[in-house]
Design a protein around this ligand. Structure first.
Ligand code: GDP
Ligand code: GDP
Length: 437
């Protein structure tokens, strides 16, 4: 089960400094973090072989004084609804503030595990100063210095001890797991209802369990699949759903638990920042993608030209990843609902694609020969052989070269494009590795 930790606290207490420190624990292990621009808000942390996701609520605050107070309060509420654990940061240098007391009250009322963290405890003397935070009624403050890293190991020990890493999800392998994601009002609950029709009551039964990833299995229209965490059907929180942060927090767990994400876009609004945030979460988690342009019934002019314009606009926004299907649908009239499921299934199969080594070399080596990597400093660069790695999460290819360090991003993209041209990997991310032969 995926675990989600939220860092909350006033501005300048050191949330992003701590976030960077926590997510760095993993960067060393997972080298390929390319293509993610909003690293500040969401990342993964690994400690003693346990992995969890971290969200820095500070990354989502609009910088304007009048909205700030109310917005932080809403974010804390969202965090308590969606996270498994909250790290509540306070600042030893500033001491206890009214703000801290307000937030502490919200946190105490939730039944969520909260770790009170006294940050900026840069020296031993300041440990004494941290004592005043006992007053918040959230137990012992854990003293750390995000700046130097002191105390963060103890903090991580506490975090992984508190989170549950049991494998409780009993799901069958080989059945695709689909997540329907998108910003509020894109039509997520409507399309889920269209998928499952009269079975809706099955979903209602499990709707209360917010924090668990939920898999509900359907065997409809000849498709056998799990719908992951039917967030759209979960009760909406009208107070907070206008916040960007809300749709992100609501999406994270579904995305993490799925194979294929069905990203709902509202045809009447086009792609906005919230859609891009969710798209980036999908990418960051290496999930496959189907884009559904929903509410197509409301678009009067459905000529091919309009369709092309829509498609180009979407792909341009999501570049360099552009090889994914786009389905124009209406959850309301049920137009192309079946097509959405069919496409999601195809994308799932692309994700599982296995290309034989001899076929791969037969196709790729002549293409490489016709357009070899550019030589650097007079050195001739040769790719001799390629193969798909077995048992990977997403299709991953290794190219063996004499001087792998000289093969740059544009050439990798060339290799990726040629693979995509020749095999159907639509909707699925792929990895290209270049290794020394
Ligand atoms: P945020 O607004 O809560 O995300 O806070 P930041 O992480 O941006 O930190 C605000 C300021 O506090 C920055 O100047 C940091 O360098 C500083 N800071 C963060 N952690 C520590 C710490 O442990 N000790 C000290 N002395 N400064 C810190
Ligand atoms: P969610 O917040 O993403 O779960 O969105 P909902 O499924 O609750 O839909 C938001 C609003 O859009 C509701 O009023 C729906 O009736 C409406 N809606 C959803 N899908 C469609 C569609 O395909 N066509 C039209 N015209 N309205 C839709």
């Amino acid at each position: 089960m995926a675990n989600l930790v939220a860092i909350v606290g006033r501005p300048n207490v050191g949330k992003s400094t701590l976030f960077n420190r926590l997510t760095k624990t993993r960067r060393a292990i997972v080298s390929d973090e390319a293509g993610t621009t909003r690293d500040r808000q969401y990342g993964k942390c690994e400690w003693n072989g346990r992995e969890f996701s971290v969200v820095d609520t500070g990354g989502w605050v609009v910088n304007s004084d009048d909205v700030f107070e109310e917005e932080i309060r809403k974010q804390v509420i969202i965090a308590t609804e969606e996270a498994d654990l909250v790290l509540f940061l306070v600042d030893v240098a500033t001491g206890l503030t009214d703000w801290d007391e307000d937030v502490a009250l919200i946190l105490r009322r939730s039944n969520l595990p909260v770790v009170l963290v006294a940050n900026k405890t840069d020296n031993n003397y300041q440990h004494y100063a941290a004592a005043e935070f006992y007053k918040l009624g959230l137990g012992d403050p854990v003293c750390i210095s995000s700046a130097t890293g002191s105390g963060t190991g103890d903090l991580l020990d506490i975090v992984v001890d508190t989170l549950s890493f049991d494998k409780t999800d009993e799901i069958e392998e080989g059945i695709p797991r689909f997540a329907v994601v998108g910003r509020p009002n894109a039509g997520k609950s409507s399309i889920i209802n269209a998928f499952i029709g009269e079975d809706r009551n099955i979903v209602t039964e499990i709707a209360g369990t917010t924090r668990d990833s939920i898999y509900t299995r359907y065997d409809k229209f000849g498709f056998d699949f799990y719908l992951v965490d039917t967030a759209g059907i979960r009760r909406k929180n009208k107070v907070t759903e206008d916040l960007e942060f809300y749709s992100v927090m609501r999406s994270i767990r579904s995305i993490e638990s799925s194979d294929v994400c069905i990203l709902m876009i509202d045809a009447t609004r086009g792609i906005e920042a919230q859609d891009m945030n969710i798209f980036q979460l999908i990418q960051k988690n290496n999930k496959s993608l189907v884009v559904v342009v929903n509410k197509w019934d409301l678009v009067a002019d459905k000529t091919q030209k309009v369709i092309d314009t829509f498609e180009n606009a979407i792909r341009n926004r999501m570049a360099p990843f552009t090889d994914f299907p786009i389905v124009f649908a209406s959850a309301l009239t049920k137009q192309r609902i079946f097509k959405v499921l069919e496409t999601a299934k195809d994308v799932y199969l692309s994700r599982k694609a296995k290309i034989g080594t001899s076929k791969l070399n037969e196709v790729m080596l002549p293409l490489i020969e016709a357009y070899p990597p550019p030589s650097i400093k007079g050195k001739y660069i040769k790719i001799k052989y390629c193969t798909q790695l077995p048992n990977t999460q997403i299709p991953s290819f290794v190219f063996y070269a004499n001087l792998p360090q000289y093969i740059k991003e544009p050439y990798r993209r060339f290799l990726e494009n040629k693979i995509r041209d020749n095999w159907k990997l639509t909707g699925s991310p792929i990895n290209i590795f270049i290794r020394q032969k």
